[in-house]
Design a protein around this ligand. Structure first.
Ligand code: IPM
Ligand code: MN
Length: 357
């Protein structure tokens, strides 16, 4: 028998609900490891506020090294009011997460939306609108745009950020979106603000040009204000949403609401070498430590990791099915429960999903 390939996973629980939901995700990963006799090694490291408290920096050298040497990175969540007073570069978000995205060149953030049959009753859309199947993925550019453009900074009386895109940056993310669409329903909707923003004019022109290399893909363009409305009025029209860093941040939260809760939305940030997997929701400091957070986004991020980084599609599908089963069996954390009905804790949800594996 050939020896099983060994995989190292960097595990970064981070702040807020991060450690709680990570605990459940690792439980699932452990179960999958046993089931498929995988050779997995998990290496924990600190990032964000947790790293700042210990080392006075949100992204220690040591953490970066663990991440660079790993086959994949599993991240919890980052930030919280405790660190809001810090100067921008030491803030968990900027100095931790954004620095990491940039250093590992994690240029594409994939956020797939599934509306589970079992959760249809908590979808905020009326049944009149929720007729067909909603199955979309946001492909968000993650290492450029207004999150990183220069000049940026502030004085007492002025703050400045720069939204800049270069042709090559747009081409790269566009090619990825079109390739993804080829394996899906062959439709890309590119979202910009090309009626006003110069960076969007370039974005639209470039995406249109890239599209000529993908003749079997249908390409549409929407302005971001219209897209925000279309997500509510007719979400079924979307297959692959291709958009900029800031618009993708906003629209992916909006589309997460369609699935019932931000706590359901996993994400994969793809780079040129190591990829990173994290829930799309934040650190939710208001519910941190209470044991009520929804671990599903973190658990589905593990599934994406098995799929994209470890090439273990079967194991990935196993996890998604287990999540579906747990929902079918009626397990609900507070965020996805109908008012007045019974809820389970973070740990109970993790256990329920593991038992379905
Ligand atoms: C996300 C988050 C981050 C972002 C924050 C925490 C910096 O909202 O991953 O969507 O804005 O990208
Ligand atoms: Mn966000």
């Amino acid at each position: 028998m050939p020896e099983k390939k060994k995989h190292t996973i960097a595990v970064l629980p981070g702040d807020g609900i991060g450690p709680e939901i990570m605990r459940e995700a690792l439980k699932i990963l452990e179960a999958v490891k046993q089931k498929y006799s995988l050779d997995l090694e998990m290496k924990q490291a600190l990032i964000g506020g947790a790293a700042y408290d210990r080392y006075r920096v949100p992204l220690p050298e040591e953490t970066l090294e663990v991440c660079q040497q790993a086959d994949a990175i599993l991240l919890g969540s980052i930030g919280g009011p405790k660190w809001d007073h810090l100067p921008p570069d030491l803030k968990p978000e900027l100095g931790g997460l954004l620095a990491m995205r940039r250093m590992l060149n994690l240029y594409a953030n994939l956020r797939p939306i599934t509306v589970y049959e079992e959760l249809k009753d908590i979808c905020p859309l009326s049944p009149r609108i929720l007729t067909g199947k909603i199955d979309l993925v946001t492909v968000r550019e993650l290492t450029h745009g207004i999150y990183f453009g220069q000049p940026r900074g502030s004085t007492e009386t002025e703050g400045i950020d720069t939204m800049r895109y270069r042709k090559e940056e747009v081409e790269k993310i566009a090619r990825l979106a079109f390739s993804m669409a080829e394996k899906r329903r062959k439709k890309v909707t590119s979202i910009d603000k090309a009626n006003v923003l110069h960076s969007s004019m370039l974005w639209r022109k470039t995406v249109t040009r890239v599209a000529t290399g993908f003749p079997d893909i249908e390409l549409n363009h929407l302005y971001v204000d219209n897209a925000a409305m279309q997500l509510i009025l007719n979400p079924q029209q979307f297959d692959v949403i291709l958009t900029t860093n800031l618009f993708g941040d906003i629209l992916s939260d909006e589309s997460a609401a369609l699935s019932g809760s931000l706590g359901m939305l996993p994400s994969a940030s793809l780079g040129d070498s190591t990829h990173l997997y994290e829930p799309a929701g934040g650190s939710a400091p208001d519910i941190a430590g209470k044991g009520i957070a929804n671990p599903i986004a973190q658990i589905l991020s593990v599934a994406m990791m098995l799929d994209y980084s470890l090439n273990l599609q079967h194991a990935a599908r196993d996890i998604s099915s287990a999540v579906r089963r747990a929902l079918k069996d009626g397990h609900r954390t507070r965020d996805i429960a109908t008012p007045g009905s019974d809820t389970v804790s973070t740990r109970e949800m993790g256990d329920a999903i593991r038992n379905c594996l």
